[in-house]
Write a protein that binds this ligand. Structure first.
Ligand code: C2E
Ligand code: MG
Ligand code: MG
Ligand code: MG
Length: 282
């Protein structure tokens, strides 16, 4: 059994464990240096109002411009940044940069910023947000904070208070990737939320399955009836868009069909180009 030859088993796994710990340590040092060298940047993905076809919000998405490895996606560094608390400094940078860019955009478009649960637990989200708003001059109502279900599951008084304080400032709070975690629908009315972003997994089968369509329709209309505005993430096909336009609860759509995340310098001209012609797309 594992127990009788426990030492042997342990020794067997040791070199592999060691390699993993070392790789993680190396990545941590890399992230630290990238923060100091200014190698992180913010891309933005437009979110489109389903009624007007206009981009109403742009979501800030972190990118690492690595001198040797090129552009690196958040999945490759956010988890380690969270484990090492470097996400607090990285998150502050993203927040400031997102607000700084947003004030330059035409048409009072909002900016949405992802905030890690680690920032809520170990950082001071209110101080960071107030400082980003002050330094950029961005009005609070144009900032949307995206939180995850895992944060709500912690369900602590401190987190609830922080969310309430954000909303007293005028900042909006969105629940990101809804439906992927363990939060039940009841969380939607137990927390002060302005917006629900329904995860793209809900779109997966809508083109072929009427059950999937009804599930998406149900989640959207329930969220909407609870007073939240509803975004559907990951719209990739004209057919998905056509289906979403028939759903009464859906306010906004986000996905590669409209635009991938693009560099900050390209956003203003994208927004100035006007609204989406849904008739043409669908
Ligand atoms: P998210 O907040 O749900 O962001 C949306 C992700 O979905 C982005 O991936 C975006 O590129 C991708 N996406 C958008 N439209 C489509 C589509 O039509 N199809 C598909 N397949 N994907 C689409 P990205 O930029 O790789 O970011 C991944 C995740 O990393 C984000 O998911 C978020 O959880 C995290 N993240 C990114 N930036 C930050 C940040 O500054 N702070 C924190 N804490 N997390 C971040
Ligand atoms: Mg997000
Ligand atoms: Mg999301
Ligand atoms: Mg998602």
């Amino acid at each position: 059994s594992a127990k009788s030859d426990g030492r042997g088993v342990w020794r067997f796994f040791e070199p592999e464990m060691d390699a993993r710990v070392q790789a993680r340590r190396a990545l941590e040092i890399d992230i630290r240096n990238a923060l100091d060298d200014g190698n992180f940047e913010v891309f933005f993905q437009p979110i489109v109002n389903l009624r007007t076809g206009k981009s109403s919000v742009c979501e800030a998405l972190a990118r690492w411009r690595h001198p040797k490895r090129g552009l690196i996606s958040p999945d490759a560094f956010i988890p380690v940044a969270e484990e090492t608390n470097l996400i607090i400094e990285l998150g502050d940078f993203i927040l400031h940069e997102a607000c700084r860019q947003c004030v330059t955009w035409p048409g009072n478009v909002h900016v949405a910023v992802n905030i890690s649960p680690v920032q809520f637990r170990r950082g001071d989200v209110i101080t960071s947000v107030v400082s980003a708003l002050d330094r950029s001059g961005l009005p609070a109502h144009r900032l949307e904070i995206e939180i995850t279900e895992s944060l709500l599951l912690e369900n602590t008084a401190a987190i609830r208070t922080t969310l309430e304080n954000l909303r007293s400032l005028g900042v909006r709070v969105s629940l990101d990737d809804f439906g992927t975690g363990y939060a039940s629908l009841s969380y939607l009315h137990h927390f002060p939320l302005d917006k629900v972003k329904i995860d793209r997994s809900f779109l997966q089968d809508v083109e072929v399955s009427s059950r999937s369509r009804r599930l998406l329709a149900g989640v959207a209309s329930l969220s909407s009836e609870l007073g939240m505005s509803v975004v559907v993430e990951g719209v990739e096909t004209p057919r998905q868009l056509a289906l979403l336009k028939e759903l009464p609860g859906v306010d906004e759509v986000q996905g590669f069909l409209f635009s991938p995340p693009i560099p900050a310098c390209e956003i203003s001209s994208f927004l100035a180009a006007g609204s989406f012609d849904f008739e043409k797309v669908a």
